[in-house]
Design a protein around this ligand. Structure first.
Ligand code: ADE
Length: 211
């Protein structure tokens, strides 16, 4: 699943340009038994399976460098935000541990990881989906990855508000027209309109961002 996405689109281009190296590895190769088990039943009982610590420990022994940040993807983690993507853009090597089943042996979080990240208040079947979301958000911030030099600088969230609406040709479609100001050529007026729309939208949909 990861490989499909890592080998497509902008993530692929970032790798081809030598701006990022992305690799999905299967934890089973570090399993300790002949059945290559990476999960087991929970102590204390209850439904589901729990990811074992040994394969994760052994994987990290092999993958970790002095510069590695080890991140556990979990709904219990700190909520992922643009500012965390910006923080991780500066990190030279990141290992993301993706749980599935009911969870991961707590000793992993307690002793082996530097950070725990959640991508939202919902539970996925596979943390790899969360890792891909986080990877994409980080990689697009690496200088040179996006075509237009400032398309990341003007992102919503780095500006602190939602993005303003965008329009392109045709000027009228189905009777729905583009706002006049965008056709005016008056750059100051356009800038003002965009700032105002961004603020209105943020006030209406995400007042929490305005603090
Ligand atoms: N694994 C399962 N659900 C998750 C979530 N919301 N965020 C990060 N990892 C997860």
């Amino acid at each position: 699943m990861c490989r499909g996405l890592l080998e497509g689109s902008i993530l692929k281009r970032a790798q081809d340009k030598g701006l990022a190296e992305l690799e999905a590895v299967d934890l089973r190769q570090w399993a300790v038994d002949k059945h290559r088990t990476t999960d087991d039943t929970p102590y204390g009982g209850g439904p589901g399976m729990v990811m074992k610590i040994e394969p994760i420990y052994r994987a990290l022994q092999e993958l970790r460098t002095p510069d590695t940040k080890v991140v556990l993807m979990t709904p219990q983690g700190r909520p992922f935000q643009q500012r965390i993507a910006e923080e991780y853009r500066e990190v030279s090597h990141i290992v993301m541990i993706c749980g599935h089943y009911e969870g991961v042996d707590q000793r992993v979080a307690d002793h082996l990881v530097d950070d725990e990240i959640s991508i939202g208040d919902y539970v996925l079947t596979n943390g790899a989906l969360a890792a891909l979301v986080v990877t994409d958000a980080i990689v697009r911030l690496i200088p040179g990855v996006l075509g237009d030099a400032d398309s990341a600088v003007q992102d919503s969230f780095s500006t602190g508000v939602l993005d303003h609406p965008h329009f392109t040709r045709p000027e009228v479609f189905n009777g729905w027209s583009v706002p006049d100001v965008l056709m005016s050529g008056n750059h100051a007026a356009i800038e003002k309109w965009r700032r105002q729309r961004a603020l209105d939208l943020t006030r209406e949909r995400r007042p929490d961002l305005l603090g």
